[in-house]
Design a binder for this molecule. Structure first.
Ligand code: GUN
Length: 281
């Protein structure tokens, strides 16, 4: 079994991106900038945002975090996004999710300029991805995609099963694998016979947030299994895949932690650089 080392892959990607930032700095006399907006005190979000800021700084990006209290008015956030849309030193804008209930997530996402939408969540970017046009691709699916391609460069005709249909993960992942000529099935909480769907899959991407849902007897021998889950338990963080069972049958599997997570952040940096380059052109 190949244990997919997301930490190592992310490190290699960050190194390449660091070199690219240095080259861009020489060429344009400025560096790409990433601004993250964090609303409220949600601890996991605070940790994610701190990691994003640290990684951005390490590769030489200009990085800024704007923090608001939980009670901030929606208009203040929307006005700040509009200001950042017009700021040439800002290449990418990310508003950390989830948001407090009184703030309309869709309004926030649609206020971010599609050209600075490093999450790939703006409807324009969602449309670009599904049409196969250029645009930002959500960071987690992009990270999963790069890990899968590292294991298997030709995915033509492979059966790929997504577990979960979120905009951030399942739907975007399906589009990426469709572009690689996979036959894609998107499953969700109302899917009947999920185990049978998984048993025919050459590739499984689990992103539902149900701890250890995917069992050893759900997985075909030699399948590639990507675990996007982050579930808190008394034992610590576990994924959506029962690691010990699935590692006995799969061809390749990502661990949690140390699989998809580090790639998500590296891909955010990649998206920020791509936005910068598209702006310069
Ligand atoms: N919260 C958890 N994951 C993400 C992500 O990829 N983007 C944003 N904006 N918020 C998140």
């Amino acid at each position: 079994m190949i244990l997919i080392d997301g930490k190592k892959e992310a490190e290699e990607l960050r190194k390449k991106l660091k070199d690219e930032v240095s080259a861009l700095k020489l060429k344009y006399k400025k560096v790409p900038g990433l601004t993250v907006i964090l609303i409220g005190e949600m601890t996991p979000s605070q940790i994610y945002v701190r990691n994003k800021e640290k990684s951005a700084n390490e590769i030489g990006l200009k990085s800024e975090v704007i923090k608001y209290p939980e009670s901030v008015e929606e208009k203040i956030v929307l006005d700040k996004i509009k200001e950042l849309n017009n700021d040439d030193t800002v290449s990418g804008i990310l508003v950390q999710l989830p948001l407090p209930k009184h703030i309309d997530k869709q309004k926030v996402i649609e206020t971010i300029s599609p050209n600075k939408d490093v999450d790939g969540l703006h409807p324009i970017n969602v449309g670009n991805l599904s049409s196969g046009y250029q645009g930002s691709i959500p960071c987690t699916p992009l990270g999963c995609y790069l890990l899968i391609k590292k294991i298997e460069s030709n995915l033509t005709g492979k059966k790929a099963v997504m577990i979960g249909r979120s905009n951030l993960n399942g739907k975007a992942m399906a589009q990426l694998l469709l572009q690689e000529d996979c036959t894609v099935t998107i499953t969700h909480s109302k899917t009947k016979n999920l185990k049978e769907e998984c048993l025919v899959a050459d590739i499984i991407v689990a992103a539902v947030g149900i701890k250890e849902l995917v069992r050893g007897d759900w997985v075909k021998k030699d399948a590639i299994v990507i675990d996007v889950g982050i579930n808190k338990t008394e034992k610590g963080i576990v994924g959506d895949v029962a690691f010990n069972e699935v590692s006995k049958v799969a061809k390749a599997l990502t661990p949690v932690p140390g699989g998809v997570g580090p790639m998500t952040i590296a891909c955010l940096l990649k998206n920020t650089i791509e936005c910068f380059k598209r702006f310069q052109n």
